[in-house]
Design a protein around this ligand. Structure first.
Ligand code: BTN
Length: 339
């Protein structure tokens, strides 16, 4: 079931063989396409075509097949593969220009970091059906069963390191807009970039950065959304603090709709940041108005200790200013807010 991770050269060369077969079948959906036609479109033998069709069946595609007429695609699953995602994005898009789908992987962030280091193009998107070792912020694990949206973007722009924190803040605003757009749900933002609905977490964002001095060499922006996950599928330790969009809304929305909305929202923000533009400042008001952290009495766990006090503001770099109980205001760059 596991698909080997393609090399960044293969990704740069364009669609994989399987993507070409999928695209051809999608173009002529509900019509029979001969094995000969598919093997010519993909440049592989008919036996290889058959093997790819078999894998697609395992992923939820349904085909009618006839020895004389070939294959007819009758059912298309909600899967974050290139041939289904890319038609929903602008043609000249950077984010999602290449899509690497892995049915099961430890962590899309880990794969994206490897691809980034080996030169994968800016905007390459790694997606998975299921992660077995999902990574959360500050070394936490991230539960990632099927149904959720698990994706990581390879970012190759040499941003100044001082501006890298803006990536996750921008992403939180982009995801919030997309959740509103796709699901009609209004999420709150908990500093720095958790999205919550009715006090329970529905989305987490994790940026991993490789820096060279003061400049980002490459970064990976990982976004995890509890979208189409059954309410009872969360492990006991998460049941009280996490929920899914499906559980809240009582209906489901395809991950393809949500992922494409996120990428469309995020792209102009990312390009603006790359151009040295206003970055987070442009959406800071929106972030602040959605924040459930600012103005509250909270505890913040940092690497060394837990501070309690009132969250007085977030500055333009994304740092939290906490008026510590009985003390002065401290500036926290990274931590977990507990309330
Ligand atoms: C958090 O702790 O809130 C951040 C969670 C980030 C999870 C996403 S899921 C896709 C990507 N791959 C990972 O291993 N982590 C991120």
């Amino acid at each position: 079931m596991n698909k080997p991770i393609p090399s960044s050269q293969e990704i740069a060369d364009g669609e994989s063989v399987r993507d070409r077969i999928m695209t051809r079948l999608l173009e002529r959906r509900n019509e029979f396409v001969s094995g000969e036609d598919l093997s010519a479109a993909a440049g592989v033998s008919r036996t290889a075509v058959w093997k790819h069709i078999h894998v697609m069946e395992q992923w939820g595609f349904v085909f009618d097949s006839s020895p004389k007429k070939g294959y007819r695609m009758t059912t298309v699953p909600d899967l974050l593969v290139g041939p289904l995602l890319k038609p929903r994005l602008p043609q000249s898009c950077v984010l999602g220009r290449h899509v690497v789908f892995l049915p099961e992987t430890a962590s899309t962030n880990a794969v994206a970091m490897e691809l980034a280091a080996s030169g994968a193009a800016d905007g390459t998107l790694v997606t998975a059906w299921e992660q077995t070792g999902g990574r959360g912020r500050r070394g936490h694990a991230w539960s990632s069963p099927r149904g959720g949206l698990w994706m990581s973007l390879v970012l190759q722009h040499a941003l100044p390191l001082a501006r890298a924190a803006e990536l996750t803040l921008l992403a939180s605003v982009a995801v919030r807009r997309a959740v509103k757009d796709a699901w009609g749900l209004t999420a709150d933002i908990k500093w720095p970039n958790d999205l919550l609905i009715a006090g329970r977490k529905v989305c987490g964002i994790l940026a991993e950065i490789r820096a060279d001095g003061e400049s980002v060499q490459h970064a990976v922006l990982g976004i995890g959304i509890n979208s189409a996950i059954e309410a009872d599928a969360f492990p006991d330790e998460l049941a009280a603090i996490a929920t899914s969009l499906q559980a809240v809304a009582g209906r489901s929305v395809p991950n393809l709709t949500l992922a494409s909305a996120i990428l469309r929202e995020l792209e102009p923000m990312y390009l603006d940041l790359c151009r040295g533009g206003s970055g987070f400042l442009a959406v800071a008001e929106e972030w602040r108005s959605a924040s459930i952290t600012l103005g509250r009495h909270i505890a913040v766990r940092t690497a060394n200790r837990t501070h309690t006090g009132t969250a007085v503001r977030m500055d333009d770099s994304g740092a939290l200013h906490l008026l510590v109980d009985g003390g002065e205001t401290i500036v926290i760059h990274s931590g977990d807010v507990l309330f």
